[in-house]
Ligand binder design. Structure first.
Ligand code: NAI
Length: 339
């Protein structure tokens, strides 16, 4: 697990900027929904990543402005903007990674599942285009409800004959980012040193942070672990309420999306031992998709890692989340196959 501007010089952007471009292979990253609340800061952060050589920004509108703006930053990648469906082919062609933050965000009082009706259709059409124009790209799904949009993507790819379970990722990194921040605050440890796996899914109680495995160890009392768990599960809602109708997490999500895409790029480039949590096709539980630690490699998922030892509280949380996660997965699969 990594941070973008790491205290460790060996992995920092500042140092990596000196990375000769011959040693970092050409990599194209496409962002779909690039003019949105997440898309714009995510475009900025990907423009800062020296592992990217081409950055394609796609949205239904507004991308020429975002692309012109971001393109003036004096970093490696060449930036281009694409607007409207007739340009999606160009945006996707040759992409190594496609990041999808397209779709509507929550307003106060909404659950992620309330977004299903609009976002399911958007994801379906974008994945149809991916299967046509860049069937071998890694897909980083941010659009909610992730618990359903990832299964939708898998079904679209299966129908197109392009599905590779090693290349489809639900981005749950923001749950990890939140768990780390909240834990560091309670445990009074340096946040940059903290690691916390978050497993399950990406909505409410399906988000299961494993604080029993958090490092550095802090031996927090049960009531504090419970409160930290709840705050991590409700982190998105905390932001939705604070924004009071103006959307959900965008800046912290862009950061999390940039961390996850960076991990995917490192894996593609053969960096060893790159591990991040992600919602992927899985046999860790009886559910077909599940978030857990995943080792990333040259073909995407190299290994889906197991859960490790769980506390009794976490075991209960795991059993409690399964019915909701199962039904969200089934809802996605059903949608993809009926329409
Ligand atoms: P936003 O409304 O600010 O931006 C969404 C963008 O998607 C807009 O620019 C819109 O034009 C674009 N879009 C809509 N249909 C499109 C299509 N067919 N093709 C390309 N672009 C299209 O929303 P925001 O805040 O950026 O959130 C985007 C999504 O990310 C939402 O579904 C939200 O729930 C989700 N999200 C996921 C998180 C996660 O942890 N995985 C965290 C926060 C948000």
């Amino acid at each position: 697990s990594s941070t973008l501007f790491d205290a460790q010089p060996s992995s920092s952007y500042v140092v990596r900027r000196g990375f000769s471009s011959e040693s970092a292979p050409e990599r194209k990253v496409a962002i779909l929904g690039a003019a949105g609340g997440i898309g714009q800061p995510l475009a900025l952060l990907m423009k800062l990543n020296p592992l990217v050589s081409k950055l394609a920004l796609y949205d239904i509108a507004g991308t020429p402005g975002v692309a012109a703006d971001v393109s003036h930053i004096n970093t490696r990648s060449e930036v281009s903007g694409y607007a409207g469906e007739e340009q999606i082919g160009q945006a996707l062609e040759g992409a190594d990674i496609v990041i999808i933050p397209a779709g509507v965000p929550r307003k106060p009082g909404m659950t992620r599942d309330d977004l299903f009706n609009i976002n399911a259709g958007i994801v379906k059409s974008l994945c149809t285009a991916i299967s046509k124009y860049c069937p071998h790209a890694l897909v980083n799904m941010i659009s909610n409800p992730v618990n359903s949009t990832v299964p939708i993507a898998s079904e679209v790819f299966k129908k197109a004959g392009t599905y590779d379970e090693k290349k489809l990722f639900g981005v749950t990194t923001l749950d990890v980012v939140r768990a780390k921040t909240f834990y560091a605050g309670k445990a009074k440890v340096n946040v940059a040193d903290v690691n916390v796996p978050v497993v399950g899914g990406h909505a409410g109680i399906t988000i299961l942070p494993l604080f029993s495995q958090a490092t550095p160890k802090a031996n927090l009392p049960d009531d504090e672990i419970k409160a930290l768990t709840k705050r991590t599960q409700d982190g998105g809602t905390e932001v939705v309420e604070a924004k009071a109708g103006k959307g959900s997490a965008t800046l912290s999500m862009a950061y999390a999306g940039a961390i996850f895409a960076d991990a995917c790029l490192k894996g593609l480039n053969g960096v060893p031992d790159v591990v991040e949590c992600s919602f992927v096709q899985s046999s860790v539980t009886e559910l077909p998709f599940f978030a857990s630690k995943v080792k990333l490699g040259k073909n995407g998922v190299e290994e889906v890692l197991g859960l490790g030892p769980l506390s009794d509280f976490e075991k209960e949380g795991l059993e409690a989340l399964k019915p909701e996660l199962k039904s969200s997965i089934e809802k996605g699969i059903k949608f993809a196959n009926q329409s």
